[in-house]
Design a protein. Structure first.
Length: 443
């Protein structure tokens, strides 16, 4: 993509994003989400998803009605505070509360009351890993122990997460109650990380810049909270949201010139799930452009290694079985993730499909590596774009992907404008202009 094409696309997105003071896109987002939630409630074959849709559809509908009211108010009273940014923030918070947090509470209470269809498998896996961490000192079962389980339970015997994820299952190991549901703790961790992200970005902006940046930050927050791929994931499974929120916090620390804290935040995310590791690599390379690569790497690599070490010492074979053999398709059972992306279609349609899909995934990784070598990210916005495009390519070519994984690239791509340094005006050819358009010139 040429620089001119990138600029045209940037201007097109900005025109759409700012139409009617941002309210037009707000309305489109909430209306489309309400439709999706209603269809999910009526047609989904997954019972936790249907339960989410029944609650979330009402929340999205109320948010859409609020956006319509704000649009009408802005038309007749352009200076009304009820149609301004603070009111848009209030609607966003209300929407996340009613479409993500409320379903978490409802499903957790119903599950504690005996409903076994109010949680996806990953919730059970995380909670069981917490119990194993207490009982045997590692979240992972070995191959023989998994083989000894009844065939219908062997899939739940695998824990394809990093050891830190088991911490969210510890409350359930102590008591079987609504508040000990892993999703409650996923939601609390996500809210805390996002709140710290907003605080970090706000403190990093000059007072005269804050109102001008608030619209971009609001849109970014919507991409990480209220869109259905995020709210549905949090309400029914939830393990990806703390990982995403910590990764965004790391990018916020990078945007405000704090490489050490950026490394710590992405290191915490990497101690939970493998999806944060590519983000850590990009941020380490970003740190190298500032002669701070070691400060980023200390946390980005040190924390995941520290989390892996106890499990490695307790049962090395169990760790390898869960973190390597199972994700690569060599476990006793295969992953149920079968979203019809190119990698999955190739893997299932051809005799050597998994090898071909793995080759495509490797090729995509090499292309991103070459790009990083020739054009390392020099700003947090550029790093966010590289993470977004890189993870999008990886998800498309995974042999066993999930639609829910798309929340990562979507959030990283939408967050990029909020991470551009705001202290100086953005003019063509300036460093800030380059930061805004960097990362989009892929050929």
């Amino acid at each position: 993509m040429t620089a001119a094409a990138s600029t045209v696309r940037h201007r097109g997105w900005r025109a759409l994003d700012t139409a009617a003071g941002g309210l037009a896109l707000d309305l489109a987002l909430y209306a489309a989400s309400a439709t999706f939630a209603a269809l999910t409630a009526l047609t989904s074959t997954l019972l936790p998803h249907r339960a989410w849709g029944a609650v979330a559809a009402a929340g999205y509908l109320l948010a859409a009605l609020a956006a319509i009211g704000q649009l009408l108010l802005r038309r007749h009273h352009p200076t009304s505070p009820l149609a301004g940014l603070p009111a848009r923030w209030a609607v966003t918070v209300f929407t996340w509360t009613t479409t993500a947090l409320l379903p978490v509470v409802v499903q957790s209470i119903e599950r504690a009351g005996g409903r076994i269809d109010r949680a996806q498998e990953e919730v059970i896996v995380v909670e069981e890993s917490g119990r194993r961490l207490v009982d045997i000192g590692t979240p992972y079962l070995g191959r023989d122990a998994i083989a000894a389980l009844p065939p219908g339970e062997q899939l739940l015997g695998y824990t394809p997460y990093q050891p830190g994820m088991a911490l969210f299952g510890l409350p359930r190991s102590a008591v079987d109650a609504a508040w000990s549901d892993a999703r409650v703790w996923f939601a609390l961790a996500t809210a805390a990380a996002l709140a710290l992200t907003l605080r970090t970005l706000r403190r990093g902006h000059a007072p005269s810049d804050r109102d001008g940046r608030s619209a971009a930050v609001l849109r970014a927050v919507q991409a990480a909270t209220v869109i259905p791929v995020c709210s549905l994931t949090l309400a029914t499974g939830g393990d990806d949201l703390p990982v995403l929120a910590l990764s965004l916090l790391a990018l916020a620390f990078a945007a405000t010139g704090r490489p050490g804290r950026a490394g710590m935040a992405v290191g915490l995310a990497g101690a939970l799930k493998l999806f944060a590791w590519p983000v850590a690599l990009v941020l380490i390379i970003w740190g190298m452009t500032r002669r701070s690569g070691w400060r980023v790497a200390a946390g980005a690599l040190g924390l995941p290694v520290a989390a892996l070490l106890p499990a490695l010492l307790v049962d090395r074979d169990a760790l390898v079985e869960n973190l390597l053999r199972f994700p690569l398709g060599h476990g006793l059972v295969t992953s149920p993730a079968q979203s019809p992306f190119p990698g999955q279609l190739v893997a299932s349609a051809l005799p050597t499909g998994r090898a071909i899909a793995a080759g495509l995934l490797l090729a995509a990784g090499l292309a991103i590596a070459v790009r990083l070598a020739h054009r390392p990210p020099r700003g947090a916005a550029d790093a966010s774009l590289v993470c977004g495009y890189g993870l999008l390519a990886a998800i498309l070519f995974m042999p066993s992907p999930r639609f829910g994984y798309l929340l990562y690239p979507l959030a990283f791509l939408v967050w990029a404008p909020a991470l551009v340094p705001p202290r100086h005006p953005v003019t063509p050819g300036s460093a800030n202009h380059q930061a805004e358009t960097a990362g989009t010139a892929y050929t």
